[in-house]
Design a binder for this molecule. Structure first.
Ligand code: ADP
Length: 204
């Protein structure tokens, strides 16, 4: 079972690329943002708490995230979806881990299962370009806009990325499994480069 982590700031294109490479490689695309948005629609205390947290652009508690992911990758079976066979090839994690605590929990989880994270791929995009993308996303997403896609929340998410998520770059560099891709290249080129890394037989 292959485990790939996609890293990148809001606006770096992780979600789009995760869907594309999932179709190409057969790995299951696991977007924690999407999982949480689904959960947030439930009219339950948990749903309401999640809705408030993501609406404000903040991170939901680590324990909740770790349990969500553990339930999915344990035994290569996703307990949350209807088709566990979809998960056998492995996962592309989009949105997890998002801080060092979550990364350590993921390490412990995969070690426990005799697995490993094969590649952590960073989609690198200059901050100026991110801010432009973020502003146009907030302006243009119309009726389909996510509750956390206002310009101010997006900028807040960018600052959370810088303070809490970007320390994962040296963390995974230290493990020798970080790969950097230029996320400013045309989308199809990024997809192709990601696919090459993921399907290559060479160890990280
Ligand atoms: P983006 O990467 O563009 O910010 P996502 O869809 O990945 O968007 O995430 C949306 C929101 O979901 C985040 O701002 C955060 O509130 C929540 N979230 C997603 N993944 C995690 C995580 N691993 N830990 C904590 N919160 C998360």
């Amino acid at each position: 079972m292959k485990l790939i982590v996609l890293l990148g700031a809001p606006g770096a294109g992780k979600g789009t690329q995760a869907k594309r490479i999932s179709e190409i490689t057969g790995l299951r695309d696991m977007s924690t943002g999407e999982m949480l948005r689904r959960e947030a629609q439930e009219d339950t205390p948990l749903g309401r708490t999640i809705s408030e947290t993501i609406g404000g652009g903040n991170l939901v508690p680590d324990e909740l995230m770790v349990n969500l992911i553990r339930g999915c990758i344990k035994d290569g079976k996703c307990r949350r979806c209807q088709s566990p066979e979809l998960c056998h090839a492995g996962f592309i994690l989009d949105g997890f881990p998002r801080n060092i605590t979550q990364a350590k929990a993921l390490d412990a989880m995969v070690r426990e299962q005799g697995r490993r994270v094969h590649h952590v791929i960073l989609l690198d995009v200059d901050e100026k370009i991110l801010k432009d993308r973020i502003e146009s996303r907030a302006r243009n997403s119309g009726d389909e806009r996510r509750s956390d896609d206002t310009a101010s929340t997006l900028l807040h998410r960018l600052s959370i990325y810088k303070s809490l998520t970007s320390p994962l770059i040296p963390y995974y560099e230290g493990q020798g499994i970080l790969r950097r891709l230029d996320g400013m290249k045309p989308m199809d080129v990024v997809t192709q480069e990601l696919t090459e890394i993921i399907t290559s037989r060479r160890a990280a």
